[in-house]
Write a protein that binds this ligand. Structure first.
Ligand code: GDP
Ligand code: IMO
Ligand code: MG
Length: 420
């Protein structure tokens, strides 16, 4: 058995959920390690669409043990809903008591800050991620483990280190009315039931690895949204790449690090996007690919596959193999463009340049054009079923990336996948 990680290589929404659902077919331990309810992972179970935000995308696989790790920022309302889904499918959810809770104060602050930011807004999912992550790093937030406290102790935990008073003052500073502290205590106390799902998730993960069991880590977001390596400040607040795993669970040896890339690329929210498309083709791909946020419903910006970003993600996260999703969406595009390299001030960008927002805002893109195909590929189940031009596209990306593409998505449904 293996220790495998699935990470996004772009700006999120690469189709990680479907890949995790596929890889969990034989059970095992599956762990979310980063992000929070900003994530939206879509899977199809017997034709039914299920969107998950906090628990791993394997919860509809009976017998799986699904971990919400210590690095996940948790909205308890959403967690409760998703535990019900897991129970209905006969899987288990295990919560780490060290995971931080996103409070209504955090959600309110996220909304107020974004609204007040005008042209410099990040375009967040408004799920309270940034404010919660601040409290976490500032060592003053509340955690799932605090839900086990009695009301008086919960009150004291929220007041400790001036946490509640500062949050309330911050919200009032925007002229808004915060939930009072007593209200927040009652709100927290309402989630005491979650304590029955607590477990020592690190111990479970390490014991499973020690006994050669299957452990699968599910990434949220993508490399370019990583707080340390992405397009700051247009990023999220956790480590979305591979190091999010080591940082929070202590696992740092992997048999496979699977990088998921769409056959094109999308971004939702603000920030640089060198290969962004406008006009008719963008609209067509958005409609064909149903490129609307799984969490917010916002239309996603659409662009050509970017090999510079892909190679960066491979290097930064130590990716060992690739998955290409949504190849079917490119059907009918006569000539496909792929970003091959960037020019900065007229000179090719050095291979190892760190792709900061400043760099990405200034580059011009050189494209390679490859032939498209017209045939419907949604029924293809083996590589040789694909039209020659589609095979050539996959092989071209493999050659450029220097890694094998081991799975190819040809539709949203569970079985719409080519295994190689
Ligand atoms: P995630 O956040 O990375 O899990 O991805 P999302 O669920 O946010 O977005 C991916 C979308 O593409 C979802 O609507 C999936 O159902 C869909 N999807 C995944 N793989 C494929 C594929 O190979 N082809 C098509 N057409 N849709 C796919
Ligand atoms: P999955 O796991 C796509 C984006 C937001 C915004 C930025 C910061 O489904 O791939 P935040 O709410 O985290 O403070 O927003 O990050 N973002 C995502 N974009 N997919 C996601 O998750 C995302 N999670 C956050 O749109 O640009
Ligand atoms: Mg998503």
């Amino acid at each position: 058995m293996t220790t495998t990680a699935v990470v996004g290589t772009q700006w999120g929404d690469e189709g990680k959920g479907k890949i995790v659902d596929t890889l969990a077919i034989e059970g095992g331990i599956i762990a979310r390690y980063a992000g929070g309810p900003n994530a939206g992972h879509t899977i199809y179970v017997n034709g039914k669409k299920v969107i998950l935000h906090l628990v791993p995308s394997s919860v509809t696989r009976p017998g799986t043990i699904n971990i919400v790790g210590p690095g996940v920022l948790v909205n308890p309302d959403i967690l409760l809903e998703e535990i019900v889904i897991a129970q209905a499918y006969g899987s288990t959810v295990l919560l780490d008591p060290a995971a931080h809770i996103i409070t209504p104060w955090d959600v309110q602050l996220d909304k107020l800050r974004e609204a007040a930011s005008g042209g410099s807004a990040i375009g967040t999912t408004l799920r309270g991620i940034g404010p919660c992550a601040e409290s976490r790093t500032g060592r003053r937030g509340i955690r799932l483990g605090d839900l086990a406290l009695h009301v008086g102790d919960l009150h004291a935990a929220l007041e400790a280190r001036n946490y509640a008073a500062e949050r309330i003052a911050l919200i009032k500073n925007y002229g808004a009315t915060p939930m009072p502290l007593d209200g927040l205590v009652v709100w927290c106390a309402g989630f005491r039931n979650l304590t029955q799902h607590f477990g020592d998730t690190r111990a479970v993960i390490h014991e499973t690895i020690g006994s050669s069991g299957y452990v699968l880590f599910e990434g949220a977001q993508g490399e370019q949204l990583d707080i340390d390596r992405g397009t700051y400040p247009f990023v999220t607040s956790t480590n979305t790449g591979i190091d999010g795993i080591a940082k929070t669970t202590g696992v740092r040896r992997f048999d496979k690090v699977i990088g998921v890339a769409k056959a094109y690329i999308t971004r939702v929210g603000n920030g640089p996007f060198p290969t962004k498309l406008d006009g008719e083709l963008a609209d067509k791909l958005r409609e064909l690919g149903h490129e609307y946020g799984s969490t917010t419903g916002r239309p996603r910006d659409v662009g050509w596959l970017d090999l510079v970003l892909l190679k960066y993600a491979i290097r930064m996260s130590g990716i060992t193999e690739l998955v290409m999703t949504k190849l079917d969406v490119l059907t009918g595009v006569r000539k496909i463009q792929v970003a091959a390299r960037y020019l900065l001030d007229g000179k090719p960008l050095d291979r190892l340049t760190t792709l900061t927002t400043e760099v990405l805002n200034r580059v011009t893109v050189e494209y390679v054009e490859v032939d498209g195909w017209q045939e419907d590929i949604t029924c293809c189940r083996s590589f040789s079923d694909l039209p020659r031009a589609a095979q050539d596209y996959v092989r071209f990306v493999e050659r450029e990336a220097g890694l094998l593409i081991t799975m190819i998505g040809v539709g949203p449904e569970r079985d719409a996948i080519i295994m190689r």
